[in-house]
Design a protein around this ligand. Structure first.
Ligand SMILES: NC(=O)c1ccc[n+]([C@@H]2O[C@H](COP(=O)([O-])OP(=O)(O)OC[C@H]3O[C@@H](n4cnc5c(N)ncnc54)[C@H](O)[C@@H]3O)[C@@H](O)[C@H]2O)c1
Length: 329
């Protein structure tokens, strides 16, 4: 079994390649070449949630895998990751576990790449101003993914914990400069989104994080954060103005309060969701309808993305001789 730690994973799957891996996952899912049960979760009251996310990816990958990911908010006080995770990738010939891969890093890269892929597919080509909500563990890869696919010059950063904004900007200045962009602290959600071409939300908020009626015509929004029926980052004002896509309909409709909350009050009709982003990539569904249309991608993530990313990381590791082999027989 090959062990791959966080720093190895980071080097093995750069963002551009991760975006291509996510697109491949979306296409395989659209072609029906995946089996992916909705994830099973166990609530541990007062501590957190442990989620098991299996998937079988057919086609030329032909591998099954699972991510075990936990969300334990109290870990921050212990200096541990709030969302620790590992990915197990199996061998298609023997069924043995071929690799154990740092799943926190796989999650960060493939989740950034979801927004990168969606932005590449849906955002206007000339998008130059972006807004980023949330400065936590997912934020750096969300930032890099956007910069990878559009000629963004300014990214406005907002977090409801204001004290986190400037340190985030300091820590991620180099990523922005690499792509010729500047990071600016936004004083309010309105200041972040006014005139923005691309808006990404990667927060732990339970309430909408900005006023959807203020979003500029033609903007594209990636909503990454909420993953329970009780939490949402988007309001119905935005959903009712936009052409809305999801990464995985079944998972989103089971988990995303962004839709379930306004649907239960009659403020949004989930029949208005256009469909899955993979179907746009496959040419089965129209994407952006014009320069003035607002587009939205809501993701809750699904294990096919982890298995495809893990496969690409494993393949690159074997080619480059990276990682530690262990024998547990
Ligand atoms: N879609 C996916 O595939 C996927 C994958 C991984 C994580 N996630 C989700 O992404 C979210 C972010 O993850 P993380 O690891 O960065 O979390 P984190 O706890 O490290 O950071 C979250 C940040 O959001 C900020 N925040 C909370 N409410 C806000 C608001 N109203 N406006 C602006 N900022 C606000 C917090 O202050 C914090 O800085 C989580 O909800 C996580 O479950 C989604």
């Amino acid at each position: 079994m090959l062990l791959l730690n966080a720093s190895e994973v980071k080097k093995l799957l750069p963002m551009k390649e991760a975006i291509e891996a996510d697109k491949r996952a979306f296409l395989l899912h659209s072609a029906g070449a995946t089996e992916v049960p909705v994830r099973s979760g166990f609530e541990m009251p007062g501590r957190g949630t442990v989620l098991f996310m299996p998937a079988y990816v057919k086609g030329d990958i032909g591998r099954a895998g699972i991510k075990i990911v936990s969300v334990f908010p109290g870990n921050r006080d212990k200096g541990l990751p709030v969302v620790p995770a590992q990915v197990l990738l199996t061998d298609p010939e023997t069924g043995e576990v071929a690799a154990l891969i740092n799943g926190s890093e796989v999650t960060r890269i493939r989740t950034g790449a979801i927004s990168g892929a969606a932005t590449d597919i849906l955002a206007r080509k000339t998008s130059s101003v972006a807004a980023l909500f949330g400065t936590g563990g997912q934020a750096p890869s969300q930032l890099e993914a956007i910069l990878c696919v559009r000629p963004v010059k300014e990214v406005r950063v907002y977090d409801s914990l204001e004290c986190r904004i400037v340190p985030f900007i300091e820590d991620n200045k180099a990523i922005a400069e690499k792509y010729g962009a500047k990071l600016a602290a936004a004083k309010s959600p309105d200041a972040a989104i006014d005139g923005a071409d691309i808006i990404t939300t990667a927060t732990t908020s339970k309430e909408p994080v900005f006023d959807g009626s203020r979003v500029a015509p033609g903007a594209h929004v990636n909503a990454v954060g909420s993953f329970t029926p009780e939490a949402r980052e988007l309001d119905e004002a935005l959903l009712n103005r936009a052409r809305v896509f999801v990464d995985n309909s079944e998972a989103v409709l089971a988990e995303a309060g962004d839709f379930l909350i306004p649907a239960s009050s009659g403020a949004y009709d989930i029949k208005n969701i256009a469909g899955e982003i993979g179907d746009v990539l496959a040419g089965k569904l129209a994407g952006r309808g014009g320069e003035k249309e607002i587009t939205v991608l809501k993701t809750v993530g699904y294990a096919v993305l982890d298995v495809v990313a893990a496969y690409q990381i494993y393949k690159n590791a074997l080619e480059r001789g990276v990682g530690t082999e262990i024998d547990i027989q």
